[in-house]
Design a protein around this ligand. Structure first.
Ligand code: PLP
Length: 387
């Protein structure tokens, strides 16, 4: 059996994989089992933010591997404390709970919000407002938080206590907060899986107003957009928000599984020994890699993200066969005349890896993708759209 047959036979069919075996890569070039090289405009869905085989990150990871690979969270490990300190210093927040994924980081946020509200306002203040078209993960609670019915259908009953607001409908948001005892608003600044749509400044302001009026926590899900991709360290910074909880994962680990819920002043002491935990959360090898990643997300890199973003948007906007372009920084989406999956397969056949989000093609390249590769990829994508 070849790799495709073995995978189809033995791996659960949860992913609609593209017909490509990845056997290696360097930076933003992926090496296929077919002997071809592909330009990576997806970076493993926003994970490999410095590309494949990044030398500095690998060195940081292997240095820690040479010391020890894991210790239980019952003991102290320097990479864990050092990464938490960096995250707090760069966000002005107080404490970090480490998990292994975006969904788990959001699970932590949900638990923190419920516990905070129960202690401060009463147990009935358990509801969490999320947004329609949002995506927060695949665990039962984060699926319930996800404001898209398609994800809910097969898994009833889901945990109760989630209410969905429509982006742009401030009166609707205010009514939810007024009519239900609520703990928090959980939101993405750019709805990724929902179609790469920024929520916009006026909606960000509306969420802040309602949160202030009803004493709700603001919780930013930065799993996909965070860690430099927006052109700022975190996307909420673009909108001048000061969330009480920030969740992040994907790019933070640079390719190893790591999630984090960063907690602000209001919730810094909500979690106490025994209230939450994870065996692998904050694994020292993942944290050592993440320290290296975070150290390199500086103003130079962020400027490069914004420049690359402007170049892509300029090149795609109004190009033949491209109906619209949306997004922020290096989290961009565009719609063509072709169904998104067909387009992604066509791009693959021409040597460019992209992903889809609803009807959009989604671009999530490495933050340091070389300009010449980026130009090539964009040219190929434009050709595909014009075909
Ligand atoms: N939140 C957002 C905004 C995401 O985009 C994702 C994944 O795509 C998740 C949460 C879930 O992250 P994970 O797949 O690491 O559990």
């Amino acid at each position: 059996m070849d790799i495709f047959e073995r995978d189809r036979r033995y791996v659960a069919h949860t992913y609609r994989r593209f017909p490509l075996e990845v056997v290696g890569g360097k930076g933003s070039l992926v090496h296929g089992g077919d002997g071809r090289e592909y330009i990576d405009m997806g970076s493993g869905i926003a994970v490999n933010i410095f590309g494949l085989g990044d030398v500095e990150w690998k060195a940081a990871v292997t240095r820690q591997l040479d010391r020890f690979q894991h210790c239980s969270n019952l003991y102290y490990a320097a990479p864990v404390a050092d990464l938490a300190r960096m995250l707090c210093e760069r966000t002005g927040m107080e404490r970090v709970f480490f998990a292994n994924s975006g969904a788990e980081a959001n699970e932590c946020a949900i638990k923190v919000a419920r516990k905070w509200a129960a202690e401060k306002k009463g147990a009935e203040y358990c509801n969490i407002i999320t947004l329609k078209k949002s995506f927060h993960g695949r665990t039962l609670a984060t699926l319930a938080a996800t404001g898209q019915d398609v994800f809910h259908a097969d898994y009833q009953p889901l945990p109760a206590g989630f209410l969905y607001a429509e982006v742009g409908d401030e009166a609707g948001l205010e009514a939810l907060a007024r009519e239900h005892p609520c703990a928090a608003i959980l939101f993405e600044c750019v709805q990724g899986e929902g179609g790469v749509m920024p929520v916009g400044q006026s909606w960000a302001d509306a969420m802040r107003r309602v949160a202030e009026q009803y004493d709700l926590l603001l919780m930013a899900d930065e799993v996909q957009l965070g860690n430099g991709r927006s052109g700022q360290l975190y996307g909420y910074m673009t909108y001048g928000l000061r969330p009480d909880v920030v969740t992040t994962a994907k790019g933070l680990g640079g390719g190893l599984p790591l999630g984090a819920a960063i907690l602000g002043k209001r919730v810094a002491d909500v979690l106490q020994p025994g209230s939450h935990g994870s065996t692998f959360g904050g694994n020292p090898v993942c944290c050592a890699g993440a320290i290296n990643i975070l150290e390199r997300i500086d103003e130079d890199l962020l400027r490069g993200v914004r420049e690359r973003s402007d170049d892509i948007v300029r090149a795609l906007t109004g190009a033949k066969g491209i109906k619209n372009v949306s997004g922020m920084g290096l989290m961009l989406g565009f719609e063509t005349e072709k169904p998104a999956r067909d387009f992604a397969e066509l791009a693959l056949s021409k040597g460019v890896l992209v992903t889809t989000a609803k009807e959009k093609i989604r671009l999530l390249p490495a933050l340091n993708i070389p300009m010449d590769l980026l130009k090539n990829a964009v040219r190929i994508l434009k050709d595909c759209a014009a075909e």
